[in-house]
Design a protein around this ligand. Sequence first.
Ligand SMILES: Cc1cc2nc3c(=O)[nH]c(=O)nc-3n(C[C@H](O)[C@H](O)[C@H](O)COP(=O)(O)OP(=O)(O)OC[C@H]3O[C@@H](n4cnc5c(N)ncnc54)[C@H](O)[C@@H]3O)c2cc1C
Ligand SMILES: NC(=O)c1ccc[n+]([C@@H]2O[C@H](COP(=O)([O-])OP(=O)(O)OC[C@H]3O[C@@H](n4cnc5c(N)ncnc54)[C@H](O)[C@@H]3O)[C@@H](O)[C@H]2O)c1
Length: 403
Amino acid sequence: MTHIAVIGAGQAGSSLVAKLRKCGFDGEITLIGAEKVLPYQRPPLSKAYLLGEMELERLFLRPESFYAENNITLRLGTKVDAIDAAAKTLQIGDETLSYDQLVLTTGSQPRHLPAAIGGDLGGVHVVRDLKDVDAMAPAVTDGARALIVGGGYIGLEAAAVCAKRGVSVTLVEMADRILQRVAAPETSDYFRALHSAQGVDIREGVGLSHLEGDAGKVTCAVLADGTRLDVDFVVVGVGITPASELAADAGLEIENGIRTDELGRTSDPAIWAAGDCASFPYKGQQIRLESVPNAIDQAEVVAENLLGAEKAYVATPWFWSDQYDVKLQIAGLNSGYDNVVTRQGADGSMSFWYYTGDQLVAVDAMNDPRAYMVAKRLIEAGKTADKAIVADPEADLKPLLKA
Ligand SMILES: Cc1cc2nc3c(=O)[nH]c(=O)nc-3n(C[C@H](O)[C@H](O)[C@H](O)COP(=O)(O)OP(=O)(O)OC[C@H]3O[C@@H](n4cnc5c(N)ncnc54)[C@H](O)[C@@H]3O)c2cc1C
Ligand SMILES: NC(=O)c1ccc[n+]([C@@H]2O[C@H](COP(=O)([O-])OP(=O)(O)OC[C@H]3O[C@@H](n4cnc5c(N)ncnc54)[C@H](O)[C@@H]3O)[C@@H](O)[C@H]2O)c1
């Protein structure tokens, strides 16, 4: 019987095994995960779960019974140490496990601050796994003082939760502006103003020099410009690196993560990859997307291809973020844009439409689901949107879909 082994029991791994069964695969499936908990969704970790407004059980992607009922062997708390691609085996401690086809859905690891600048002090938290958030949550209390390092999604979402809980927050972003990696200046401006209005002190263009502590616990942060801040805890959101060591050690090609072709196959024909760890061809580049929609869609395509579909993965990038009462929805990738049209919606909603010449490439919509939906459908269809209509707050956007 064919055995498909999947390393990494997160968003992509769980989606992939479910899709395999949905497509009728009746061979053996083993889903192996280093974490001890059932596969769960990460987005609430920096939002509702950190706020204490979401139960642990609601994080789980599927109940435990799902895996048993679908005859999926779920091995939690189990780290794969090595892959022998020639022998088609996995090393797990002393055990050797054979596979016919292997999928890597190993996700990514958060960057840590170096120990040399105090990154190993108590009270310094990264936000990736459930255990990270469980360790940090007790510190998020009224009157506490926090430094947040990094103005990406992690930093800003954590800032929103902390501010809501009465924590006094300073956020430092080394780059010229927050959200530089993922959004355009207009969106950075919007979120800077939003956070400032909630009392978050955002400092851009300044990094962290080092952290100081007392009895092993952080007490003070010294910024690159010499500013000293007394702190009770520190949140580190300075990006991730794809978890590609297992693949690299097994001799697989690495290029911005684990290199795959458009089907999701790595340089070894029996090994596939999906999710945060995998790079894939997109408009002439080898890109990686760090998002839930990508993890699910790519994993599902790989599942179909494992069963012989020969289907190319066509990414339709979209992202979201919740901060205070603002829902940001992003469709498309704005790389290469050269002009932006602003649309002021009703009740303070707003959207920024990115164009390369006259071609719509992406949209950032704040509390404007209609603008987001219309733009997403246009981008996915390779269509554009008349700029005069977009800029006119009174104009109905729906007819754009029929143009
Ligand atoms: C706090 C937070 C909030 C986020 N919010 C959003 C959001 O709002 N919207 C959005 O689209 N995206 C969001 N993301 C990103 C999104 O969660 C990731 O892109 C997604 O989880 C990627 O799925 P994955 O399966 O590739 O990786 P993961 O979900 O990280 O799963 C990988 C799993 O592989 C395991 N693993 C790794 N190596 C081994 C090994 N050797 N042996 C066994 N197991 C191994 C890991 O322990 C991990 O459990 C957020 C991420 C974080 C951390
Ligand atoms: N809503 C969402 O989609 C969402 C929410 C949370 C997390 N995530 C994902 O989680 C992962 C990690 O998020 P992230 O925000 O850490 O990554 P990120 O790469 O988006 O942002 C990191 C930020 O930290 C800054 N930075 C790096 N080193 C610094 C330093 N020494 N001092 C000050 N600033 C520094 C960078 O310039 C960058 O702006 C990403 O994959 C992200 O997409 C997504």
